[in-house]
Design a protein around this ligand. Structure first.
Ligand code: 5GP
Ligand code: ZN
Length: 112
């Protein structure tokens, strides 16, 4: 999608600090980290949020979770949180599906 920030990051039109990339997804460090380790994993296909995942695109999400598990292992993350905000009230500011991976500090529950 031409006016989407994360589509532009995938295309290399906006620079990012890449963690991982394959045919289906792209992972990069968050520009405003909320924990000592904070990266995002996004599908290369433009999907607006979890609310727009379909039976057709659900395998991409499954793949993303396998990638998160692999990256967490490689980065030595023993405890971490995976978050996806859906809609502005929940804190979504970029409307291209993304999973935050946060680690390296104590976290509270429930989230704010
Ligand atoms: P959301 O608020 O939609 O759940 O998460 C969007 C995330 O994207 C935020 O944590 C924000 O810091 C991050 N972000 C926004 N613009 C950029 C950017 O240009 N580069 C990177 N690496 N992260 C960004
Ligand atoms: Zn997009």
């Amino acid at each position: 999608m031409s006016d989407c920030l994360f589509c532009k990051i995938i295309a290399g039109e906006i620079p990012s600090n890449k963690v991982y990339e394959d045919d289906l997804c792209y992972a990069f460090y968050d520009i405003d980290p909320q924990a000592p380790t904070h990266f995002l994993v996004i599908p290369k296909a433009h999907i607006q949020s979890v609310s727009d995942v379909t039976e057709e695109t659900a395998p991409i999400v499954g793949h993303i979770f396998a990638v998160i598990a692999k990256l967490a292992g490689e980065l030595g993350l023993e405890s971490y949180r995976v978050v996806s905000n859906i809609g502005a009230q929940a804190g979504q500011s970029v409307f291209h599906l993304h999973f935050h991976v946060l680690s390296g500090r104590d976290m509270t529950w429930p989230p704010g």
